[in-house]
Design a protein around this ligand. Structure first.
Ligand code: TYM
Length: 334
């Protein structure tokens, strides 16, 4: 049977990109009745230095965002990574399976390390190996993510295949990425060729899940566009990255295809399209923001939910890790 795993880093606030590319779809998978395991990856976050109090707070905030967007701890497992030591243990074994050259090729590493790769943490380089361990500690079969994680998931498949090959077993599944829907790559509101990101210096470039209705509306009103009205076919969006981005956001928020949105708004000016988009964004996000704020008022309750989720996750991962240790030749007392 399929088993879904995915994770989000608590390295800053959540954006509309995280919501449409990941969170919204996580809840859909849960509601389809598939086994779903979701993780706030605090160990990944510290590959770049994090202030400890902020890390705690952001971990709870991401957990609150999961809950507020429909993740139900009775139907999904929700926990923070560092509470389940199988991730770190399997991550080490994968560090010995994966090759250094594979890691240097990762575009996210190149982006984050910049010109000073030698000064970045060793963890930042090994990051995808831990990510493979997150997924494979549960022998998960499907991983819903945004487009930007595709390369990491290809590496996960390579690590699973090399482990199976090196040890002559057929133990780890070759995981399928699920990169679906109209908003697999939500772009910056200031530059349609750049990804919407929590680390962009301009707050105008993104919608945060914590933004209030007025700032969401203002950011959409000021979003960069071209002077042409919306075209009447998807093809007409080809060389118009900003226009395409707004149409995709509208489609994902309303649960329609981009084609359907284009059909509805063919020939419309941005002056009339943007207010509709803002209305839709506020209507979708404000209940989530309100619920996140309510949950954040009781951090102890969030910690209890994460603790219970961690115990459930551990119960699945521990026996898998035990089998891995047997395969590798590590003695364990029974
Ligand atoms: P992270 O924390 O950067 O992002 C979380 C999820 O949000 C998606 N996303 C986007 N989708 C569409 N448009 C955007 N602009 C956008 N920005 C972010 C990401 O693709 C991701 O799905 N390495 C992962 C975290 C991770 C993980 C895992 C994911 C660790 N272990 C195991 C899956 C399975 C990351 O940094 O995501």
């Amino acid at each position: 049977p399929p088993r879904i795993f995915s994770g989000i880093q608590p390295s800053g606030g959540m954006t509309l990109g995280n919501y449409l590319g990941a969170l919204k779809r996580f809840a859909e998978k849960q509601n389809e009745g598939i086994e779903t395991i979701y993780c706030v990856v605090d160990m990944h976050a510290i590959t770049v230095w994090q202030d400890p109090d902020k890390l705690r707070n952001q971990t709870r905030e991401i957990a609150a965002a999961f809950l507020a967007s429909g993740i139900d701890p009775a139907r999904s497992i929700l926990f923070n990574q560092s509470q389940v030591s199988a991730h770190a243990e399997l991550g080490w074994i994968f560090n010995c399976v994966a090759r250094i050259g594979w890691m240097y090729r990762m575009t996210q590493f190149k982006d984050k390390a910049g010109k000073h790769a030698e000064n970045s943490s060793l963890g930042l380089l090994a990051y995808p190996s831990l990510m493979a361990a997150d997924i494979l500690a549960y022998r998960a079969t499907h991983v819903p993510v945004g487009e930007d994680q595709k390369q990491h998931l290809e590496l996960t498949r390579d690590i699973a295949a090399k482990f199976n090959h090196d040890y002559g077993v057929n133990f780890f599944p070759i995981t399928e990425p699920l990169i679906e829907g109209a908003a697999t790559r939500v772009m910056s509101l200031r530059d349609g060729t750049k990804k919407m990101s929590k680390s962009d210096p301009s707050d105008q470039s993104r919608i945060n899940l914590t933004d209030d209705a007025d700032s969401i509306a203002a950011k959409i009103r000021k979003a960069k566009t071209d002077p042409e009205p919306l075209p009447d076919t998807l093809d007409g969006l080809k060389d118009r990255p900003e226009a395409r981005n707004l149409v995709n956001i509208y489609a994902a928020l309303s649960g329609q295809s981009a084609e359907a949105v284009i059909t509805e708004y063919a020939g419309a000016q941005f002056g009339s399209f943007k207010p509709k988009l803002a209305e839709l964004a506020v209507a979708t996000l404000s209940p989530i923001t309100t619920e996140m704020n309510r949950l954040m008022a009781d951090p102890a309750e969030i910690d209890r939910i994460l603790g219970r989720g961690a115990a459930q996750a551990d119960a699945i991962a521990r026996p898998i890790l035990d089998q891995v240790k047997d395969i590798v030749g590590m003695i364990r007392s029974r």
